[in-house]
Design a protein around this ligand. Structure first.
Ligand SMILES: Nc1ncnc2c1ncn2[C@@H]1O[C@H](COP(=O)(O)OP(=O)(O)OP(=O)(O)O)[C@@H](O)[C@H]1O
Ligand SMILES: [Mg+2]
Length: 329
């Protein structure tokens, strides 16, 4: 074998068969530098045993058990500005007041929920997917309001571009949430005003959808788009999503509102929440303060209505679960 002195770079031919040890010391005749030499090991001697097992260099593939007691709700509507983000934030805070363990997921490239919670520049779902092996739990941040947030950032826009061509792209969020479902009673997912990659991923991770809707004609139309999407999901892959419509930004003295509300109720009947969220200036004030309205102004109309919504949702889940238990007997 050829060895090289690390100091003066002089090369020597060495008969390694004379060496008694696998690693031994030699001294350079020219510069007197002493250095260690490792006996050459031929390729045939490299047995699978002498290589590190693959599992010891790669994190082990973990299998997470689903937690059926965790309710995952997507807040969605293809129409913009209907109070999706506002509802996600205030519903989360209201559920915390009911001692529920809550995670909110900002799955919107606008990052509005993350901004309202004052967690700019945090790592997002895109970052955890990029890491390949990181666990989701390391990316959740605890907010000042006793619930957790998976933030969004500007890189979220790349998520669909990068992963849309991949097989099973629509299950990315569902698969990742499985890692943390055991820690939460509710996971609320805020989505962008669209029915694409992000909303589809969110719906497939969810057992329920809340569709906020102001009482105007175009918003009523927006509800049908989400309903159609949910129906396709149910028909094609037999994934049941409980859909409910939440009237938002309601103005008592607007006669158009009452007409649309009538149409909505006759079309969707008990799919419309009994609770209604009125237009309330305290919502906008509280957002400037980065505080959920129910903590910013406990006595405001919107604060009371969002707490009532949380009770209604908790009650409706309990009813569905009781029915399912009775049916399985
Ligand atoms: N009940 C309410 N009373 C008064 N203003 C409200 C109410 N709900 C929401 N808003 C205001 O309406 C605007 C839109 O709300 P929000 O951002 O929650 O809608 P969105 O559906 O998430 O919008 P986007 O589609 O852009 O994500 C915000 O300025 C918010 O402060
Ligand atoms: Mg929003």
């Amino acid at each position: 074998m050829i060895i090289t002195c690390g100091e003066c770079q002089t090369k020597y031919r060495l008969d390694e068969s004379k060496a008694k040890m696998d690693v031994f010391k030699v001294r350079c005749r020219k510069c007197k530098h002493a250095f260690l030499v490792k006996k050459h090991v031929s390729d045939s001697e490299v047995t699978p045993h002498s290589l590190p097992a693959e599992t010891s260099v790669r994190p082990k593939q973990k299998h997470y058990q689903d937690n059926p007691n965790c309710r995952v709700i997507t807040i969605c509507n293809q129409k913009g500005g209907v109070a999706k983000t506002t509802t996600c934030l205030n519903l989360a805070a209201s559920l915390v007041l009911m001692n529920k363990r809550v995670l909110v997921v900002d799955f919107d490239i606008q990052s509005n929920l993350t901004l309202l919670l004052n967690h700019r520049d945090a790592r997002s779902f895109f970052d955890v997917i990029q890491s390949e092996n990181d666990e989701l739990s390391g990316y959740l941040v605890k907010t000042n309001h006793n619930f957790w947030l998976l933030p969004s950032n500007s890189k979220m826009a790349l998520l669909s571009k990068k992963h849309l061509p991949n097989e099973n792209f629509e299950y990315m969020l569902r698969n990742k949430l499985l890692e943390v479902k055991g820690n939460f009673d509710y996971i609320l997912i805020d989505t962008p005003p669209s029915g694409d990659f992000y909303t589809l991923n969110a719906l497939l991770a969810s057992n329920a959808a809340v569709i906020p809707m102001p009482c105007d004609y175009l918003s009523l139309n927006g509800v049908s788009h989400i309903e159609a999407m949910i129906n396709v999901i149910e028909a094609k892959i037999n994934h049941k999503i409980e859909m409910n419509i939440l009237v938002t930004l309601f103005e008592q003295d607007n006669p158009i509102g009452a007409i649309i509300l009538d149409k909505l109720k006759s079309k969707y009947q008990d799919k419309v929440f009994k609770t209604r969220i009125d237009k309330d200036q305290k919502i906008q004030e509280s957002q400037i303060d980065h505080t959920p309205t129910i903590f910013y102004s406990k006595e405001s109309v919107a604060a009371k209505q969002y707490q009532q919504l949380a009770r209604e949702i908790e009650g409706s889940f309990a009813t569905i679960e009781n029915q399912a238990a009775m049916n399985s007997r």
